[in-house]
Design a protein around this ligand. Structure first.
Ligand code: DAH
Length: 337
């Protein structure tokens, strides 16, 4: 092969190299010690001086050309590689950003805070208590003796560990045990609101195994349903931020109150207009419960209520399915932020 053929061959081979690695391999075939050009160089010795000079110069030019071809091909391959990576790793900067939201209270937490603020505003103390309760405080002291059918209405999760006293522990089924705890630690007259998480073996569109209640207790020497009614309607009007709220008491049964009532409410206007909606249990504190509070039932009387916070929140916003509160779907939650 002559110089021109070698250069042409190199151009051809370099063009066929599809990546940098094969290009560098191909380089040795032309510029390496045993490459085509070096082989040709060895034939120079047989030529006379003038021809050797002329052919030597041509070979130098050829070597230079091959190096230029190599460099050019290397550049092309590098650029192609870069182009492929840019395409593969492309980021669409025109997509809307994910953003970092400031975060907000869960709607149920918001209702919890609102309830506390409303009752604090009318002189109620705010208290909270343990979610893991003793069987005594959750049931027995509230006048639901062992084997009483009312206990099965509030089936719950029992804890394997017992207290040192041998007493069974459970997840509280309502916030009512806080009535016992608070009344045993304070002297009447007392007014307290306590809210928090409660648990039951229950799960469907309107029941969750974990939910929230607000509980109110008012104990004094002379009280009546009128006080309870006044306090509760004040709460509802503040909570729903409207005046067209009416309530009625419907006879009911709870072991810890006598008489017991269900509080229903009705809006004059809007989505639920004219429909009675159940919002709370209530009643006059049972003498046995006053006794378990360490109070003399002959001297003191009390009124109490317990309402579901999810239920109140659903009515406030017109939410139909309780489970939405627990799914953590931001599309739902951010409507309340
Ligand atoms: N603890 C009851 C429940 O979870 C609700 C309730 C009813 C609470 C009457 C009260 C009350 O304080 O007086 O269903």
């Amino acid at each position: 092969m002559n110089v021109e053929q070698i250069v042409a061959h190199a151009r051809d081979v370099f063009a066929k190299a599809e990546d940098i690695a094969s290009l560098e391999n191909a380089k040795a075939r032309f510029l390496g010690k045993t490459g085509e050009l070096s082989t040709l160089l060895k034939t120079l010795g047989a030529l006379d001086i003038a021809a050797r000079k002329r052919e030597g110069a041509r070979m130098n030019v050829a070597k230079q050309q091959i190096e230029d071809l190599l460099r050019a091909r290397r550049e092309t391959l590098k650029r192609a590689l870069m182009q492929r990576r840019l395409t593969a790793e492309a980021i669409d900067v025109t997509l809307p950003g994910r953003g970092i939201g400031p975060g907000a209270l869960h709607p149920v937490m918001n209702s919890w805070e609102r309830a506390e603020n409303i009752f604090r505003g009318i002189g109620f103390d705010i208290a909270d208590g343990p979610e893991i309760e003793t069987e005594w405080t959750n049931f027995t002291a509230l006048n639901s003796p062992e084997n009483h059918p009312a206990r099965s209405m509030q089936d719950t999760f029992y804890i394997d560990a017992h207290r040192a006293t041998g007493e069974r522990l459970l997840l509280r089924t309502h916030t009512s045990p806080m009535q016992i705890r608070y009344a045993r630690a304070h002297r009447p007259p007392l007014r307290v609101l306590t809210a928090g998480r409660t648990y039951r073996v229950d799960s469907d569109a309107t029941h969750a195994p974990m939910f929230h209640q607000v509980e109110g207790l008012w104990i004094d020497e002379r009280l009546s349903f009128a006080e309870l009614k006044g306090v509760y309607i004040h709460f509802l009007r503040q909570f729903f931020e409207r005046d067209d709220v009416h309530i009625r008491f419907r006879p009911s049964y709870f072991p810890f109150t006598e008489p017991s009532a269900e509080i229903d409410m009705k809006f004059e206007q809007g989505r639920y207009a004219g429909r009675w909606l159940e919002v709370s249990g209530a009643g006059q504190v049972h003498p046995n419960v006053l006794h378990n509070m360490g109070l003399d039932p002959e001297r003191y009387m009390g009124f109490a209520f317990g309402s579901g916070l999810e239920r109140l929140t659903m009515l406030r916003y017109g939410i139909e399915d309780l489970r939405l509160f627990f799914e953590g779907d931001v599309r739902f939650l951010k409507q309340f932020a």
